[in-house]
Design a protein around this ligand. Structure first.
Ligand code: ZN
Ligand code: ZN
Ligand code: ZN
Length: 371
């Protein structure tokens, strides 16, 4: 975790979490795997069979239950939480039960192993369990200035890789998708990411599968190549999609790309404070529908992004959540013709009082390459 985040930031976040708990009538918050925990403590739990759990009673001191052998990895912050270490022969769920005191309504992190929740249910069959998103969404979805700076830096690093792709520095023709994916991954690291989260490379008809897994398919001249990649840099994620065409695109692809370009810009422009997440989706989808490609745009327009590559809020029909200052999300419409080709164009955008601020600025056109 970042060592630059100050203890006061975590204390402040925990105070806000307690206010949300009061507002939503949650008595205690329990977090394990996933990113709510590092958001509040700076500590990311490894996906172990041993229990790590932050217990936050609304009116009491927070405790981080941690296996003794993991304790050295925790940066202690006595004004934020105390450590409750357990030994190999202890029952950590019994410890959690004790720390929960008289809590009746308990908010549980999405990624806690079910084995621990099932065991806790035995101790507290009469408690009410809700998802931690009830408490945490309001905090995590609205990024502060430090978080926006981190997202902007990660986005700029991904942009540099996109620029390298556009400049023809990453050879495509004659290589397998997986080779190109590996090269993009290495370049993400070289540009400052610590972790690569994905590097989709999909050529020709493979691009019609939105989450295609780069494989042995050899890239040929005359094809569209969709590249969707991102990683984590200083705890915050990047995510960008650009398509290139090797040789001049045929008219059907060129025409569809114009529609895609207009659709993506419309989605970005719709991200005004107070308008809805559904409205961003509708703006992008409306352009594609009007041009007759609607049935080939098979996914929502975007997702929130932050410490996780996909998080709230989602840009999808039915999500009437108003766009608020600090919301960070993707706008990534696509058109996918099964068996033929696919295309997607994606930027990350941060909502602000002065309008949507795109994090990504790499060329938005269908760049034509010759190799
Ligand atoms: Zn996706
Ligand atoms: Zn993406
Ligand atoms: Zn995305």
């Amino acid at each position: 975790m970042s060592t630059t985040t100050a203890e006061s930031t975590f204390r402040n976040r925990l105070d806000r979490a307690r206010k949300e708990m009061a507002r939503t009538n949650v008595d205690a918050l329990i977090l394990s795997l996933g990113h709510d925990l590092p958001y509040l403590t700076g500590y990311l739990a490894m996906p172990l069979e041993r229990l790590t759990m932050l217990v936050v009673p609304r009116d009491g001191e927070a405790s981080l239950i941690i296996p003794r052998l993991e304790a050295p990895r925790v940066t202690e912050m006595s004004s934020v939480f105390s450590l409750a270490t357990w030994n190999e022969t202890d029952d950590p769920v019994a410890l959690a039960h004790k720390l929960l005191g008289s809590a009746r309504t308990i908010a549980v992190g999405d990624q806690m192993w079910s084995r621990f929740l099932v065991d806790l249910l035995k101790f507290r069959p009469d408690a009410q369990y809700v998802r931690s998103v009830v408490v945490m969404e309001a905090l995590r979805s609205r990024k502060d200035a430090t978080e926006i700076a981190a997202l902007t830096a990660a986005g700029a690093a991904a942009d540099r890789v996109a620029a390298q792709l556009h400049a023809g520095e990453i050879p495509l023709v004659g290589r397998r998708e997986a080779q190109v994916s590996a090269e993009i991954s290495a370049r993400l690291i070289a540009e400052g990411h610590q972790v690569v989260n994905f590097a989709i490379v999909a050529a020709g008809e493979n691009a019609a599968s939105p989450h295609h897994h780069a494989g042995d398919r050899v890239i040929k001249h005359g094809e569209i190549v969709l590249c969707d990649f991102g990683g984590t840099m200083n705890d915050y994620c990047s995510d960008i999609t650009r398509c290139v065409h090797i040789g001049e695109p045929p008219s059907d692809i060129a025409e569809a790309y114009e529609v895609l370009f207009t659709s993506q810009a419309a989605g970005v422009a719709a991200g005004l404070i107070g308008s809805s997440c559904a409205g961003v989706d509708a703006a992008s989808r409306g352009v594609i529908d009007a041009a007759g490609y609607g049935e080939w745009f098979v996914h929502r327009t975007g997702h929130g992004i932050g410490m996780e590559a996909h998080e709230d809020p989602y840009m999808v029909a039915g999500n009437e959540t108003p766009i608020a200052v600090g919301h960070a999300y993707s706008v990534e419409p696509g058109i996918y013709i099964p068996g033929k080709w696919g295309m997607r164009l994606e930027d990350i955008v941060v909502a602000s009082e002065s309008g949507p601020m795109p994090v990504n600025h790499a060329n938005h056109q269908l760049v034509v390459l010759d190799r």
